[in-house]
Structure formats: C-alpha cells, structure tokens
Write a protein that binds this ligand. Structure first.
Ligand code: UFG
Length: 346
C-alpha cells in the first residue's frame, strides 16, 4: 500500500513541485487548496508529468468542518506537508489580520486533526525570514542563529507557526514535525508543465525578470545598489524548486520511518551559496541569451541586505543536498515563461 500524504497548498508553486516528487517517490497524494493564489488546472500539469492524477479537494484549511471531511473521506493519511498560506510580504502589512488568521488557524486546525486521525508527521513550510538580517558573524546562517523580530506580519506568522507546532509536539501530542526554512525558491519543473504563476504584478525577483524578458513588464527595477555587498545589490540563496521539493520527500521519509532524533527538527533548505541580484541578472542573460531591460532604483522597504544558508545539517542529517546550478534554475524559469506564452496564459 502506498503511504498517503496530505499536501495543503498543493496547487501552488512549491506544493505542486513537491506533489510531483512525492508521487515519483511512491506516495499517494491528497491535495487540498482553496485556489486563492493558484489554479485547479495545475492538477493536470502534475498528472501530465507523473502519469498519476493526485486527489484534489478545493478546501480552505481555516474551514474546520470541511478539513475534517477530507480526513474522513480519505482514510489513512500518514503525513501532512503544510504549504497553504498567504505569502505576500507587502500585502501582509496592509491586511495583518487576514494574514494572522489564515496562516495560524490553518496550522492549528491541521494539528488538531492529527491525533484524531492518527497522522504522525507534519512538515512545515518555514522561511529564512525568521532569521531577519543575521549578524555578520552568523553568515552563512545556521539553524541555531537567533530568530529576529519579524519585518512583516507575514514573517511573524512563520515564527508564530513554528512556535505553535513546537509547543504542540512538546506537549506530548503523538505528533512529530520538521520545520523546513526555505531560502529563495526559483525555477520550474524541467518539463515546463508546472511552474510559478503569480497573480498580477509579481513581487518576487524571478517572475519579474522572466516577465520583463517576455515584454510583459517594461523594465525590472533593481532595488538598491548601495548595500554593503561586493556589487551593492542584495544577496540571496536561490534554490531550485525541484531540489527544494525533494527536501520535503526526505523529511517525510525521516519522520515516517521514525528516524528523527527530536520531536521537532529544523533544517535550512538552500544551496549554501549567496548570489547578488546583479549577478543573477547577468547569469540569466548569459544562459538564456536574452538581454534584460533593468534599472537601479531605490531600496525596497523591509528588504534584508544579505542572507544565505549554512546547509550542513540538511546535507549530513537529512541526507539531502541541492544539486542543480543557478543556470539550470534560471533556464527552467525562462522555459516556463515561454510555455505560458505558447499557451496564451500571459
Ligand atoms: N528584487 C528586485 N526587483 C524586483 C523584485 C525583487 O531588485 O522587482 C530584489 C529584492 O530587493 C531582493 C531580491 O530581489 O533583494 C529578492 O527579492 P524577492 O522578493 O524575490 O525575495 P525576498 O528575499 O525579498 O523574499 C522571499 C520571499 C518571502 C520570504 C523571504 C525570506 O518572497 O516570502 O524570501 O524567506 F519571506
């Protein structure tokens, strides 16, 4: 019997790539998603890649009766990977209550249902945002670095959710959890059948770059070149989304096989390498052959100057590492953007 996993937010960017990797590793996947920031036809893309159609239920995780219904309908769920969350930093400043409500109530509802339905493992989408701007001596940042005051309500929900999960697991509840702190996920599946599809004007760098390269946006703004970095632009740890997806499979296996050493374990998921925004633009131009229209503008409020991860723990303990190059990731993002154009999506 295949082990059954519930993936919340499974039609989203990271959720869809993780569903593919779970299916390819032999898991049976049930997706729940409220489609607030994704489309049901992502399920077709997943099926086209793996040959297996995941179960899909349009359910909002803040709706407890509907969520309970999913556990009743699909018996034997052994693990949960919880992606479903609101994630726009700027919007979270405008609508803090929506963010606090959605991101914490979803998590609490899922945790509440776990003992009742005998679900043992919980993998949580956390973020390097919990580190804020690490002190210089803490770069690359390890899991033991202090968590800083969050820069936004969104970031704060990640911290609060980490605490809720930790307190629950430590209360003696029959639940084990792994918190995965992602750095900056980029790229798309090599098939270009699934990828990142933000609503409206993208906030994140890569979709803004590919849309500018496609002529959908006129010009990319590089937010600041006066930071204390070698070329003055911000530094991030850009991780290929398929590598990131595989980290979830490794984490789920670890929990379901009882290999975790603590009730709650934390892993950074990144490449371990910092790349500046300007370096990334150069690499994009080189590997796609497309010249990018960009200009340097002022800093964006709330941006972290530089952060990249120490990923030794994930490499050594989880037995996972990022294997794809930045060139692979950026080429895949461009291929996906071109596919969207062919499909007439944008
Ligand atoms: N950037 C630009 N121009 C743009 C967009 C981004 O120069 O049009 C720059 C930003 O200033 C930043 C870098 O590109 O220096 C990366 O920006 P993103 O918005 O792509 O990513 P962030 O690192 O700001 O934020 C991401 C996620 C957050 C998450 C955070 C830390 O979007 O949800 O990583 O995990 F909280």
């Amino acid at each position: 019997m295949k082990k059954r996993i519930l993936v919340t937010g499974g039609t989203g960017f990271i959720g869809s790539h993780t569903t593919v990797e779970l299916q390819q590793a032999g898991y049976d996947v049930v997706i729940v998603d409220n489609l607030s920031n994704s489309n049901a036809d992502v399920v077709d893309g997943i099926e086209a890649i793996t040959g297996i159609r995941p179960i899909f239920e349009k359910v909002d995780c803040t709706d407890m009766p509907a969520l309970r219904g999913v556990f009743e309908k699909y018996e034997g769920i052994q693990g949960i990977i919880h992606f479903a969350a609101s994630k726009a930093v700027g919007e979270s400043v405008q609508k803090p209550l929506d963010y606090y409500f959605n991101n914490t109530v979803s998590t609490i509802n899922l945790l509440r249902l776990m003992p009742e339905f005998g679900v043992k493992g919980f993998i949580f989408s956390s973020s390097c945002t919990v580190y804020g701007q690490p002190d210089p001596e803490n770069l690359p940042v390890t899991e033991n670095a202090p968590r800083k005051k969050a820069e936004s309500p969104y970031g704060n929900t990640k911290k609060i959710d980490e605490d809720i999960i930790t307190d629950f697991c430590n209360s003696g509840a029959p639940v084990n959890a792994i918190l995965l702190r992602y750095f900056n996920p980029i790229g798309a599946h090599p098939s270009a059948l699934i990828g990142e599809l933000p609503n409206g004007v993208p906030n994140n760098l890569i979709p803004y770059i590919t849309q500018t390269a496609m002529g959908i946006r006129e010009c990319l703004s590089v937010f600041g070149n006066d930071y204390d970095t070698p070329d003055g632009s911000c530094i991030r740890d850009f991780i290929y989304v398929v590598d990131l997806a595989k980290a979830h499979v490794a984490a789920m296996e670890r929990i379901l096989e009882g290999k975790n050493e603590e009730r709650v374990e934390v892993f950074n998921v990144g490449t371990g390498k910092g790349v500046s925004v300007l370096e990334l633009i150069n690499t994009f131009e080189k590997c796609t052959g497309v010249k990018l229209n960009y200009k340097i503008t002022g800093r964006r409020m709330g941006d972290i100057e530089k952060v990249w991860g120490n990923v030794d723990k994930a490499n050594n303990v989880l037995g996972w590492r990022a294997v794809h190059s930045l060139e692979d990731s950026l080429s895949s993002a461009w291929k996906w953007q071109q596919r969207l154009r062919e499909r007439g999506v944008m």
